[in-house]
Write a protein that binds this ligand. Structure first.
Ligand code: TYM
Length: 355
């Protein structure tokens, strides 16, 4: 019995501006993983219509995320970069997963509760089923590792639940067809058709917070632009936002424990650590005892040094739409071939007759 081939999959929605949280929590990790894994990076355009169906600029936003992937250093020749809607097998597998997953599982998702707000009955069915499509994104490639920020943890747990239920519900069929693959789960060895995907959520910036309120996540949808650093901000905007970032009056502590109860300080230290590839302890050792009037300019310089080249490369790439579209087309073809193979087996397992 073979083992799953290590494969990384992740995605970003083409809604709103990409910000520092997306970069540190996700895209930067996508870049780093390219050296040790085969990777598939997707622009999940079908997810972005779950909260709001009509987008005037969906295609432009899709190109913009693609440009950010490439500008950050993702190599679309060695790896696969494409947009979700080009590979219809995502939606097809999501439908099957809609029949595997239970309504109760979806109702428990905190992101659904947040996004649907008080008027849940009026949310789109797509918003409720969102995690099922996300599971399909990952499992249509039988991907084993998924780098994401902390806010996606619950969705990835659900992805494992869906894989496990499918493997259990169809275990006899999977064995009969010789499609079992062995995997290690903790100490145990289990087998099934879909892997129990591992989330990769680590480092000092898995949850970058708003610059205006250390208790809120940095987000594309925050009405205040001062709350986030956009990947397209120029040096002046980056410096201004860091200068205006909310802090408390005390100097930075010399020990990590001193950050407890100081969410804004903790956030800025985490951002500095991630951008400089240091641990938070190393940052604290360097800046402990210093005022924010010293730390903030150092952070602003570092952020400009790391982010400005990405912004200018993004602008350069965005000027060549034909190139971006070519990358997505080529990636879509390669992804489609892999997805088709999985779906052929899924049809056999489920018993859908269509050869
Ligand atoms: P999305 O588009 O909201 O965010 C893209 C990635 O950025 C991370 N992220 C953050 N990380 C740290 N701090 C923050 N403040 C912050 N805000 C966002 C997210 O965790 C994510 O990794 N459902 C996903 C997209 C998706 C997906 C997938 C991801 C669809 N299918 C399959 C992985 C695998 C989403 O809405 O991400």
């Amino acid at each position: 019995m073979s083992a799953f081939k290590p494969l990384v999959f992740s995605g970003v929605q083409p809604t709103g501006n990409l910000h520092l949280g997306n970069y540190l929590g996700a895209i930067r990790k996508f870049v780093a993983l390219q050296d040790s894994y085969d990777c598939i990076y997707c622009v999940v355009d079908m997810h972005s219509i779950t909260a709001q169906l009509v987008h005037a600029d969906l295609a432009e936003q899709t190109r913009s995320i693609t440009a950010a992937y490439l500008a950050a250093g993702i190599d679309p020749k060695k790896h696969i970069v494409f947009n979700q809607s080009r590979v219809p097998q995502h939606a097809e597998l999501a439908w099957i997963f809609n029949c595997v997953a239970r309504i109760g599982w979806m109702n428990r998702m905190t992101q659904f509760k947040d996004k649907a707000g008080k008027d849940r009955e009026n949310a789109s069915l797509g918003l409720l089923a969102y995690p099922s499509l996300m599971a399909a994104d990952i499992l249509v490639y039988r991907a084993t590792h998924v780098p994401v920020g902390d806010d996606q943890k619950q969705h990835l747990e659900l992805t494992r639940d869906i894989a496990q239920k499918f493997n259990n519900d169809f275990s006899d069929r999977i064995a009969e067809l010789g499609l079992e693959v062995e995997m290690e789960v903790g100490e145990e060895k289990v087998n099934g058709f879909f892997p129990l995907t591992e989330p990769l959520i680590e480092g000092p910036a898995t949850r970058v917070m708003s610059l205006r309120d250390g208790s809120k996540k940095m987000s594309k949808s925050d009405p205040s632009d001062l709350s986030r650093i956009n990947l397209t901000d120029d040096a002046d905007a980056i410096s201004k936002k860091i200068r205006k970032a909310k802090t408390d009056p005390a100097p930075l502590p010399s020990e990590l424990e001193g950050l407890e109860g100081r969410p804004e300080a903790e956030n800025l230290v985490g951002i500095y650590a991630a951008l400089s590839d240091k641990t938070r302890q190393e940052v604290i050792s360097e800046f402990g005892g210093q005022q924010f009037s010293v730390f903030k300019p150092a952070l602003a310089d570092l952020a400009v040094e790391k982010l400005a080249p990405i912004a200018s490369e993004m602008r350069r790439i965005l000027d060549d739409k034909a190139f971006i579209d070519g990358v997505l087309r080529d990636g879509g073809e390669r992804a489609g071939a892999l997805a088709q193979k999985t779906m052929k087996s899924v049809h056999e397992i489920v018993g859908l007759l269509n050869d």
